[in-house]
Design a protein around this ligand. Structure first.
Ligand code: NAD
Ligand code: USQ
Length: 423
């Protein structure tokens, strides 16, 4: 349990493995942790790059191969980041060998398939997402026990495990006290806050939670689960140092998240694609705050034997239609209310407790601080790389989705089922 938050300045440098360190959150986190004096090793199987190939799309920003990225970091900063190309979900022996050799004091775990629409494309994509995400998490936990490492696991979970309905009471940070049989001899119990995931991807994150709870109880692993909202923005202080360090910016219908999509759409004059009425309310955080939250969590680990430490990693809550109106107001973009390909509540209220990371010293980057800069300096710069045909969201939650009363939409594109190699 945290008594006194540890200030970052008091921290000894750590040996840290970043699983999924080539991805949108993992790359800027690896650079930030390296810049802060830690000894960082990235482990990644590059599956995210292969999924781009499968989908026929590229990041809006031109990302360099991973070996070139770390070479550029060495040139710019004088700091080394080691790389291990391995599949955490399938190469258990290689993962164990890395952990035994490097003996990290912390592992940051980003190595999962993270797009809800991708996870709903076909039965093969569903199975790939479950196999990859659940095995990656379980392999890590089993390997830490086998290697007898007392290492802090910091995992990136999601607010979406809860289903976005706060029913008038803010979603707490992980746990709920309940009273069983209240009319007789009431039994007080602390439980994980009830889950209600809305995609196969989000469901894998609820399964992760159970694995964490078991290994914290049985093997006294020290685990922090960061339930993150939708990340927006691209740049951090480190990725902005050199174009070869640039972070990825997904804008396509599967991987692009809502606010970054609106920023890119505004920059190319494409009407903002609001699903349904846009009454969906979601939690958000800027990428710069993501990297800082991970350091804050890492600096304040649980003790052995503690329950899993859970933080809601989010700074603002907005309705999708309000975001579209803000972006339209800044840029003059039009708004298009398109048919919603997802099965989700058309409108919801959401309030989220987020005091724990703020209490450790997080100073949020707000939409007001950075939105216009993202449109003008990042989205606008790479417009010639946009493939407009990749913008619509084509992945449907329900196969025979009737949207106009004319029957099943059999034209909805479904990939040939080729999940990335390793699936
Ligand atoms: P990403 O897809 O850009 O990065 C994930 C990285 O993990 C990729 O580089 C991929 O190659 C790697 N990877 C996947 N499976 C692997 C495996 N089996 N072995 C080794 N490497 C593997 O995703 P991201 O946006 O950086 O998200 C990172 C984490 O943060 C995810 O777990 C996601 O659920 C969580 N998260 C992301 C957001 C967001 O808005 N991006 C919001 C909340 C939570
Ligand atoms: N939406 C639109 N228009 C678009 C794209 C999305 O209206 O062009 C809507 C969606 O229907 C949904 C909302 O915006 O209601 C959010 O969609 P999203 O794609 O931005 O986010 P989501 O699918 O929830 O997933 C993203 C990340 C995932 C992470 C999650 C955090 O991809 O890894 O776990 O955000 S959270 O939403 O808090 O669960």
């Amino acid at each position: 349990m945290i008594d006194q938050p540890v200030s970052l300045e008091d921290m000894e440098p750590l040996r840290i493995v970043v699983l999924g360190g080539d991805g949108f959150c993992g790359w800027p986190t690896s650079l930030y942790l390296s810049a802060r004096g830690n000894d960082v090793t990235i482990a990644d199987n590059l599956s995210r790059r292969r999924i781009d190939e499968e989908l026929g799309v590229s990041s809006l920003t031109p990302i360099r191969p991973l070996d070139e990225r770390v070479r550029a970091w060495r040139e710019v900063s004088g700091l080394e980041i080691d790389v291990a190309v391995l599949d955490v979900a399938r190469d258990y022996d290689a993962l164990l060998e890395l952990l035994e050799r490097f003996r990290p004091e912390a592992v940051v775990h980003f190595a999962e398939q993270r797009a809800a629409p991708y996870s709903m494309k076909s039965s093969r994509h569903k199975r790939y997402t479950v196999d990859n995400n659940v095995n990656a998490t379980h392999n890590l936990l089993a390997a830490l026990v086998e290697a007898e490492l007392d290492c802090h696991v910091v995992h990136l979970g999601t607010m979406g495990v809860y289903g976005y309905q706060s029913a008038g009471v803010p979603i707490p940070e992980g746990y709920l006290n309940v009273s069983l049989a209240p009319e007789a001899d009431a039994v007080e119990k602390e439980i994980l806050y009830p889950v209600d995931p809305g995609s196969v991807y989000h469901t894998t994150k609820t399964l992760d939670q159970l694995l964490f709870a078991f290994y914290a109880k049985n093997d006294e692993l020290r685990i922090t689960d960061l339930h993150q909202g939708i990340v927006w923005g691209t740049e951090t202080d480190q990725t902005a140092l050199d174009e070869r360090l640039i972070n990825r910016f997904d804008y396509d219908g599967d991987y692009g998240t809502v606010l970054n999509r609106f920023l890119m759409q505004a920059a190319i004059g494409y009407p903002l694609t609001v699903h349904g009425t846009g009454g969906q309310t979601r939690a958000f955080i800027h990428i710069r705050d993501t990297v800082r939250c991970i350091e804050l969590a890492m600096s304040n680990p649980p003790e052995r034997g503690d329950r899993v430490q859970i933080y809601n990693q989010t700074t603002e809550v907005h309705r999708v239609i309000d975001l579209a109106e803000i972006v339209a107001g800044l840029t003059g973009a039009e708004i298009d209310l398109v048919d919603n390909p997802r099965k989700e509540a058309p409108e919801n209220e959401l309030a989220v407790e987020n005091q724990r990371l703020l209490g450790l010293g997080l100073e949020p980057t707000t939409l007001q601080d950075d939105l216009l800069r993202e449109v003008t300096q990042v989205a606008s710069k790479y417009l010639d790389r946009v493939d407009r045909s990749m913008i619509p969201c084509k992945s449907r939650w329900v196969r025979h989705h009737r949207d106009d009363g004319r029957g099943p939409d059999l034209t909805a594109p479904v990939s040939d089922g080729a999940a990335p190699s390793g699936a």
